[in-house]
Structure formats: structure tokens, C-alpha cells
Design a protein around this ligand. Structure first.
Ligand SMILES: Nc1ncnc2c1ncn2[C@@H]1O[C@H](COP(=O)(O)OP(=O)(O)OP(=O)(O)O)[C@@H](O)[C@H]1O
Length: 468
């Protein structure tokens, strides 16, 4: 049987063909300023939008989904970089753009010092053998009409690698290495379980002797009991074949199992990147902390009172300025335009969040002041702004003392029209956000800081202005 290893003369392609080597621990992939925007093609007239607040009310311009926006990091030879984040944050798009399955909008992707973003034609085709991808759904990615042997041999054939006999021997060897019986060579995918099918995918990816594999949620569709077995096989194959993985998952326990370093993604940006232990034991970004706090704990006494993420992820068509997490962030930094004393900012921030999310019932002004500010509003201008916001939502304001727009004619049960207070959450929210949230450094500048690690010796990147 042919022995497959990175040094095997039969295992052509991959780095052997090009003769390039990158020492272990050095950057194999360097991503710099990578962007991937998708054009929005929806509606009757794509690209044309109606805005009655402007003249002319029609504008022609493309709305673009900023799926990956200005992302930079490297992946070192032999390591597994875990990429984690909520659904829709851009993980798959990033993985596919690195592989050039999607055209980058901007930025560079350097693989062994060569920019993949500019390669095309034959050069790109050759490089593709060095970079492979494994997808989440092993069922969908295996052609049901082909035998397992044909499936594994297909990439070798496409790259003109080995003769028929050599390909068969290599396919059988790879089946065994991936934890399957080589006698399964002539079977069809439907005869296999989900875990076995993912092993077939692994064997196929390895057939062209790649250096780098993007693994997009490779175990998410598998039973938890099977997940660990497949992950262990992936680790073994990584050692044996000298592989480098970008491992995409939303499940933090899977990321913790397999990664050496972890990158956390939120709304198209990488918000934190550190060695695994450092990230799990010393997370610095409020988003990472919220993600870690929301890991389900297998404890029946657990009440569910964890720091789960509040609010919706904003649209990637029009993401927030500065820090993209700021609209959901519990640690939003105080705007420097005002002087804050003691607890004033914390209280104002909690009040602003509660108003924005309408988490309390409208009540008289004094009760709002008591509940959120212990009776004493912040000093000076911030206090006046808070008072204005309270007036919009208080239930006990007399007509005439209210800010314009708040008093409105209402009809009582007897059918008599009289002036009464109305609650205007929107105005209150706008007043607070405009005065405080939009003036925070979190809204004005995009954060990027390197801090000292408490665990290990690696660098710790965090995109949070709390480290300014
Ligand atoms: N072909 C496309 N056209 C337009 N928008 C797209 C396209 N592909 C992805 N998007 C959008 O880009 C954003 C990022 O999607 P992506 O699939 O990369 O996220 P993800 O983190 O991998 O999510 P999931 O874990 O659910 O796959 C989403 O808002 C998504 O709707």
C-alpha cells in the first residue's frame, strides 16, 4: 500500500510540487485589510432607494452587505485557528474569500508569501490543491452517484495526479487514515453515517496533499458523541500531514477542543484574537465575554440567569460606526463631552439601555428617577438631557409643562376630548442616544489594541476602547 505523507514522492502537488516551505509556527496565511461586500439585489428596482426626507426623493446607489469588513490576521503553519461568532457574523464568507471561492472586494490574502487575491487561471488552479475546504453538511457535499473511491480520487484526477492504480492505492490508504475501512472503497455515500461521511470528506480533502484546510462547521451536523471522535481524527491527521486549519464553528466547546488560537468575529469584524487559554480564561472584549457567559452549563440547577446577549445584531448593510458591538455593549464608554461623577454614567447608561429596549412600564417621573437614579439625576447638562428623556415617557406630566410633541388630545371614556400625556419611547431613545451613545469614543473610532496576555506568551488583540 502506498504510504502517504508530506515527504512521499507519490504525494505530489501540495507544497512538494512548488517546493515552498514555511517553518512551523511561522505565518502560512496572512490576511490584510480583507473586505467582502455583497450587492443587495432585491425589490422591484434593485439599487434604487426611496427617501422622502431628501430631494430628489429617489437615489441610485447600491446597498451592500458588508459581510467581511477590513479583517487582518495570520494563521501559522501547523496551528488551528478557531473562528467563532454568532450566525451571520461573516465566518463562512471569510473562509470562502480566503479560498478565493468568493472574489475579495479589497485586501490581500498572502499564502506562503504569494497574494492569492491577485492570482487567476492556471496559477490559481495549482494553488487550489494546496488549500482545501470541508463543509458542514457531509451529505450535501458528497455526490450520491459516485462511489467513495471515485469521490476521493476526483480531486487527484482534476489535478492530473498519479495514474489509475496510484490513485486507487492512495484513496484506500486515505480511507484508512481517516478512520474508515479501505474495503469501503466501492460503497456509495448513502451507506455511511454522518460521521463516516465527514471522514470521507476528510480523505478527499487530503488526497491532493494540501497544506491548509478551511473547515466550515465540520462537526455541527453530527451527534455530540460523534463530534469528539471526528475532532480527534482531525487532530491526528493534522499532526501526520503537517496541516494548518482555519476551523469555523459557532459552538465554543468545539472551538475549545480543537483550537490553538481563537478569533472572535462580530458583524464582519474580528473583535478579539488570542491563544486559546488566554481567550477563555482572560477574555477582554465585552462581546467575547457575553458569548462565553452564554455557553450552556450542564447543571440542572442552572436557572438560565446568564449574561446572554441583549438585542438584535444590526444589519450588515448599515453597520454601526466605530465599534460594531457598541449598540449592544453593556460597557459603552462615557462621552467625554461631559463630566461624570461617581456612578452617574453607569446609571445613565442603564437607563438609556432600558429606554431603548422598553424594558419597563411607563410610570410617573419621580418613580423613573428613583428606580434608575436613586432619586438624584446626574449634575449639569447630562441631568437636563435625562430629564427631557424622562418627560417623554413619564405618565404624570401636565399638559403645558411637557416638551413639544408630548401632549396630545385624547378622548376619555365619556367621549370628551382633553389633553393628556402620551408616552413617546422613540423620542426618549433618540434624545439619549444622540446625546450620549453617538458621542462616545465607541461610536467615533474603530478600536484595535494589543494587550499583554495573562496566559502564555502570545499576543492578545482586542477591538475594545476600554483598552485605550
Ligand atoms: N451571496 C450572498 N449575497 C448576499 N449576502 C450574503 C451572501 N452570503 C452571505 N451573505 C450575508 O453576509 C453576512 C455574513 O454571512 P455568513 O454566512 O458569512 O455568516 P456566518 O457567520 O458564516 O453565519 P452562519 O454560521 O449562519 O453560516 C450575512 O448577513 C449574510 O446574509
Amino acid at each position: 500500500m502506498t504510504t502517504v505523507s508530506k515527504s512521499s514522492p507519490d504525494g505530489q502537488l501540495g507544497s512538494e510540487m512548488t517546493g515552498e516551505t514555511v517553518p512551523y509556527g511561522e505565518a502560512l496565511i496572512e490576511v490584510e485589510g480583507l473586505k467582502k461586500y455583497f450587492s443587495q439585489s432585491g425589490g422591484l428596482l434593485p439599487g434604487i432607494s426611496l427617501d422622502t426626507n431628501q430631494f430628489p426623493p429617489i437615489s441610485v446607489g447600491e446597498e451592500r452587505v458588508q459581510a467581511v469588513d477590513d479583517v487582518s490576521f495570520d494563521i501559522r503553519r501547523g496551528e488551528t485557528l478557531g473562528l467563532v461568532g454568532e450566525s451571520g457574523c461573516g465566518k463562512s464568507t471569510l473562509g470562502r474569500t480566503i479560498l478565493r471561492l468568493l472574489e475579495p472586494t479589497a485586501g490581500t490574502i498572502s499564502f506562503k508569501g504569494e497574494d492569492l487575491a491577485t492570482l487567476s487561471g492556471e496559477d490559481l488552479r495549482t494553488k487550489r490543491s494546496e488549500i482545501q475546504m470541508i463543509f458542514q453538511d457531509p451529505q450535501a457535499s458528497l455526490d450520491p452517484r459516485l462511489t467513495v473511491g471515485q469521490i476521493i480520487e476526483e480531486p487527484m484526477r482534476a489535478h492530473g495526479m498519479l495514474d489509475d492504480e496510484g490513485r486507487e492505492a492512495r484513496a484506500k490508504d486515505l480511507l484508512e487514515k481517516a478512520g474508515l475501512d479501505p474495503h469501503h472503497y466501492n460503497r456509495y455515500p448513502h451507506a455511511f453515517s454522518g460521521g463516516q461521511r465527514q471522514r470521507v470528506n476528510l480523505a478527499r480533502a487530503l488526497s491532493v496533499n494540501p497544506d491548509f484546510i478551511v473547515c466550515d462547521e465540520p462537526v455541527s451536523a453530527l451527534d455530540v458523541s460523534i463530534q469528539a471522535q471526528v475532532l480527534n481524527t482531525m487532530e491526528r491527521l493534522q499532526d501526520e500531514f503537517g496541516l494548518t486549519y482555519l476551523f469555523i464553528a459557532h459552538d465554543l466547546s468545539v472551538i475549545r477542543h480543537i483550537s490553538d488560537r481563537v478569533a472572535v468575529m462580530y458583524l464582519g469584524n474580528i473583535v478579539e484574537l488570542a491563544e486559546k487559554e488566554e481567550l477563555f480564561e482572560n477574555p477582554q472584549h465585552p462581546y467575547t465575554k457575553a458569548l462565553l457567559d452564554s455557553i450552556p452549563v450542564p447543571d440542572p440547577r442552572e436557572t438560565g440567569a446568564r449574561g446572554v446577549l441583549e438585542g438584535e445584531v444590526p444589519s450588515p448593510v448599515d453597520p454601526p460606526s466605530g465599534c460594531r458591538f457598541r449598540t449592544r455593549c453593556p460597557r459603552l464608554i462615557a462621552p467625554e463631552a461631559y463630566d461624570w461623577d461617581g456612578e452617574e454614567w453607569k446609571r445613565t447608561r442603564s437607563f438609556m439601555r432600558a429606554v431603548k429596549r422598553r424594558t419597563f412600564e411607563p410610570m410617573p417621573a419621580a418613580e423613573i428617577r428613583a428606580e434608575f437614579f436613586g432619586g438624584a439625576l446626574p449634575q449639569g447638562e447630562p441631568g437636563r438631557i435625562v430629564e427631557e428623556a424622562i418627560e417623554f415617557i413619564a405618565t404624570d406630566h401636565e399638559a403645558g409643562t411637557q416638551t413639544s410633541g408630548q401632549a396630545k388630545a385624547v378622548t376619555d371614556e365619556a367621549g370628551t376630548e382633553r389633553d393628556g400625556p402620551t408616552v413617546d419611547w422613540e423620542q426618549a431613545t433618540d434624545r439619549l442616544l444622540e446625546a450620549f451613545a453617538e458621542r462616545s469614543i465607541c461610536a467615533r473610532e474603530r478600536p484595535a489594541y494589543e494587550i499583554e496576555s495573562a496566559h502564555g506568551t502570545g499576543t492578545h488583540f482586542t477591538a475594545c476602547h476600554l483598552h485605550r
